[in-house]
Design a protein around this ligand. Structure first.
Ligand SMILES: Cc1cc2nc3c(=O)[nH]c(=O)nc-3n(C[C@H](O)[C@H](O)[C@H](O)COP(=O)(O)OP(=O)(O)OC[C@H]3O[C@@H](n4cnc5c(N)ncnc54)[C@H](O)[C@@H]3O)c2cc1C
Length: 439
């Protein structure tokens, strides 16, 4: 079937909501604030809230509009995934570290649910569970091994689904069975963002939008001077929360982070209205879904249960019909029943990877950072922003296992990910070999 390109909206499906995604004030940038945060996404807002509630004056400086980065563009899957497996983490950093990260991910997921309830945020959060489809028989065995460990040793609720039972989860034969993580949910990113924005606004945090930070320099006595497109501000404490949008050479301050973070494009499509009955027939368990491929694909029903959303890594900077066709091919490879389905939305955004492929919270040269969520930031960004604020407030009775180490710079790299086409080809090849040899 040929797509009707004229009906595709090249913007996030999530942006069509009634709740405001911006603050209404017209205040000029103040000359000083106790805390200045660069970047108005989940990380920046999460760091701002405890600091403002502790009585500090907190401002967020955002280059575009609040949430314009990944925070209102994501798939809304609240997995707090860790890109390396438990086995790989154990091999590199020891079992204790691996256990602690997986337990912290579980605590962070629970904390997101509690946060929505406590702050009365109607982000359409639902504890749906997450099905991860095995791309080969070998992947199934790996998942089964990991599932046993997570359930029996760490008490993380998860179980395996055999290939024979797979249709109870999703109407496909594409996978060799899979793993279900029961404590994973999904939300509506913009509705959650709008609720979060209301909460920080009530706490007194002001966002200065359409204001780019160009540089951060030492103040003569204490703190930093943040130089922006709309003037300077003295910040007692400065947090950089720019993640996958850390920017290029025009922003001098970002060089340190830019050399440590690789932005990777992720793109998403949303089908036409299918109706709940058809979506349920395709996804009977109505969970969040993903797979074990290196070039991962993620998919889910939209929160109203009427459409299907699918995303994958890699795309053009500005999405075109080529992006749509690339993602639609993935969709049909999993759910061939949708080969006659139109696509209504397509968009792209940036996620960020560091060399360790795990989120990191650290301080360098008096500036605080949290970043590197490796495409799983809907839970991690809020959690790490909060943990960073607790550290700044000296409330770190329960410090994050992700705190401390500064990630190392990527060799021969200064913010332009010239090597990504090679990385995509290499991972694509690995995926093909995995299916061919171990399928
Ligand atoms: C297409 C896509 C799908 C995704 N799907 C999922 C998913 O299903 N589940 C999941 O867990 N995660 C997902 N993610 C990842 C998740 O959305 C991010 O990890 C998370 O939103 C990061 O939040 P953040 O606040 O750190 O960064 P962002 O939300 O990206 O915010 C950074 C902000 O910094 C601003 N900024 C940058 N430079 C400057 C400057 N010089 N001055 C001022 N402001 C600046 C940017 O404009 C931007 O708004 C996805 C991401 C994308 C792009």
């Amino acid at each position: 079937m040929t797509l009707d390109a004229s009906r595709i909206a090249f913007r996030p499906y999530w942006w069509d909501i009634e709740e405001p995604l911006r603050q209404t004030h017209n205040d000029p940038l103040p000359p000083e604030a106790d805390v200045v945060i660069v970047g108005g996404g989940f990380t920046g807002m999460a760091a701002a809230l405890p600091l403002a509630r502790a009585g500090k004056s907190v401002i967020i400086i955002e280059k575009s509009t609040p949430g314009y980065g990944a925070s209102t563009r994501n798939g809304g899957i609240n997995s707090a995934s860790i890109r390396p497996s438990h086995h790989d983490l154990e091999r590199h950093y020891g079992r204790d570290f691996a256990d602690k990260i997986f337990l912290e991910a579980s605590a962070a997921r629970q904390d997101l649910e509690d946060f929505c309830q406590r702050e009365k945020i109607d982000g359409k959060f639902k504890l749906s569970g997450w099905f991860k489809g095995a791309m080969s028989a070998r992947d199934y065995d790996y998942l089964a091994h990991e599932t046993d460990y997570l359930r029996e040793t760490l008490n993380i609720p998860c179980h395996m689904i055999s290939k024979a039972d797979q249709h109870k989860e999703i109407a496909t034969d594409r996978f060799y069975g899979g793993m279900v993580e029961e404590d994973v949910g999904g939300f509506h990113p913009s509705k959650f963002f709008a609720g979060f924005l209301r909460v920080i606004t009530e706490a007194g945090v002001r966002i200065f939008e359409e204001t780019a930070v160009h540089d951060i320099i030492d103040h003569a006595s204490s703190g930093k001077i943040v130089i922006t497109s709309k003037g300077k501000v003295h910040g007692g404490t400065v947090i950089v929360a720019t993640n996958g949008y850390t920017g290029g050479r025009e922003h001098k301050f970002s060089r340190f982070l830019r050399r440590r973070l690789v932005p990777v494009r992720s793109s998403i499509i949303v089908t036409e209205h299918l109706g709940e009955e058809r979506v349920k027939a395709l996804m009977p368990a109505m969970r969040m879904y993903g797979n074990t491929a290196e070039l991962v694909t993620y998919f889910r029903p939209t929160p109203d249960g009427q459409r299907i959303l699918l995303g994958a890594r890699g795309a053009e900077a500005v999405p075109t019909i080529k992006t749509v066709n690339f993602l639609r091919k993935r969709l049909i490879s999993i759910l061939p029943q949708l080969s006659d389905t139109q696509i209504d939305y397509c968009w792209t955004g940036n996620v960020a990877f560091n060399r360790q492929l795990i989120p990191r919270i650290f301080t360098h040269d008096g500036i605080h950072y949290s970043s590197g969520y490796a495409g799983s930031g809907t839970v991690w960004a809020r959690w790490c922003g909060k943990k960073l604020a607790e550290h700044i407030l000296g409330q770190s009775n329960d410090p994050s296992i992700l705190s401390g180490d500064i990630t190392s710079a990527v060799p021969l790299y200064d913010g332009h990910p010239w090597f990504m086409p090679f990385v995509y080809s290499w991972y694509g090849l690995k995926d093909q070999i995995n299916e061919w040899r171990h399928g």
